[in-house]
Design a binder for this molecule. Sequence first.
Ligand code: ATP
Length: 392
Amino acid sequence: MNAPSGAATRRASPGSVRRDFQPWNDPAAKPLVEFRNVTKRFGKVTAVDALSLSIHAREFFALLGPSGCGKTTLMRMLAGFEQPDEGEILLDGVDITTVPPHQRPVNMMFQSYALFPHLSVGDNIAYGLKREGLPKAQLRERVDAMLKRVRLNGFEGRRPDQLSGGQRQRVALARALVKQPKLLLLDEPLGALDKKLREATQYELMDLQADLGLTFMVVTHDQDEAMTMADRMAVMDHGRLLQIAPPDLIYEAPANRFVAEFVGDINLIEGRVTAVEGDLVTLANEHAGTIELDEDAPAYKPGDALAVGLRPEKIVLSHEEPPQAVNKVAGEIWDIGYLGDMTMIQVMVGGDEGKLLKVSLTNRTRRIERPFAWEDRVWLSWDVEAGMVLAS
Ligand code: ATP
């Protein structure tokens, strides 16, 4: 938050950019948090199902998944608000499964912020430190420093209802951070903010986390948010983790169909393998034609049924037939969605009863007359490395 907007500061940015920070690939690294085979049931619902997960110190970890998949339950168990039915939770190698919430070096920032409405901003932030019995002078110092950190100095006398949504979000963050937790859990931290403020705050959160050397675990519905902020993200469904990886791997090499469809847009093309030669797998689809894929050590044989995923931005759209022999198909434009920075075009391939494929185009010029229009006959083509085989 100390970086003025537009300043060319070198950001300790998470995601695939932090090449030197990959403790999960180091077998000797000791994780800060470990879930070991943790199960949590509510009556007949298994909210978290025999789940194991490690999170490392200074990691920005994001948990992503559809509503009801168990994200909040997982986080609440880490904070101590829920008890697992089975398994253990370790923090710094110590089993904390039965340690009550207030004795854990973990803080949680709730979706609703849960600020005390009758207390001033300053008192809201100071609340936890007062309960700890911190001497007044030290308390003042810590609260003042935190107010400055979240750019709320001058606001300490106001009540939460005299603040904007973004300011309330900062108070909640300051209140969680002032206790200097080893681990901060954030449940939809930016959910109440509008799009612009949300984006700006994402970068502020990343800066804050890097500057203070904290470990963050964020639960979010918003995949763009998770991809922007996280070193690693986990995609969860029905109480299980389907994939844990840096955002670029989740997007470019999803573990299965669910992950591929959940994160980003994707065209799914099913077909049968017609040939395998070295790393080259050839597949036939009745509508999309012959597809060639470059697969590392493919474990398929002719006749196998496969699902191939093709992201819309990996497809090239043209009016003329491309010269390549495979990985191309003709079609008709059925729909065009103009989104400002990009345009999403739906093309029906393989006849009127064929298959709709999505193609995205970056709008690189300000030309209002666009090169493609509804009902245009077009060609779609893609590279041999564009498609990926998806396990079901
Ligand atoms: P959302 O994204 O909608 O917040 P989530 O992924 O955080 O969802 P959880 O809140 O963890 O999901 O809920 C997982 C499952 O457990 C859901 O089926 C939910 O209905 C159930 N559940 C959660 N808390 C309780 C509870 N206290 N009593 C009964 N069932 C619960």
